[in-house]
Design a protein around this ligand. Sequence first.
Ligand code: S3P
Length: 166
Amino acid sequence: MTIFLIGFMGVGKTTIGKELGALQQLPVIDMDHFIEAKEGRAIKDIFKEDGENHFRAIETVVLKELMTKEAVITTGGGIVERQENRDLLADVEDVFHLYCSFEVLWERLKEDSERPLVQKNSMDGLLELYNRRLSLYRSVSKIEIDTTFKTIDETISELERNLQLG
Ligand code: S3P
């Protein structure tokens, strides 16, 4: 089984993915960490040295490489930016969109110094990105989980219930 977690920055994809993998006895692959290991540098340095487009190109190569793994795969928030990626994800059965209100995400993101798109954007810019991406996340996922008022455990329970239904 391949499970993808998608959603905006700060929603908790990495944290939730780790726990879900342990419960489902599946390895967990975090795409951002995978890219950093492959490149030998941090995401923010890839953005700084080579630009966002270069990062997106690496992201697509890595997505193709990981698609077929039996694993929980946690993606970067921008995985839905490229049509090619959306087409790839649309063919996967278990793509979960983790949703959270922007207000709650902003509280988590505003002090962040690791995410280049948080550095680059004002709150309004980030809200615009959030609104634009929402329909993209929804277009490639069959299930959306609203995490806004849920604990991590509650979110995982809902994920697992949906896995069983599928
Ligand atoms: C990005 C999200 C980041 C990382 C990169 C770009 C985005 O991942 O891939 O900084 O475009 O939303 P997280 O969603 O894990 O923060």
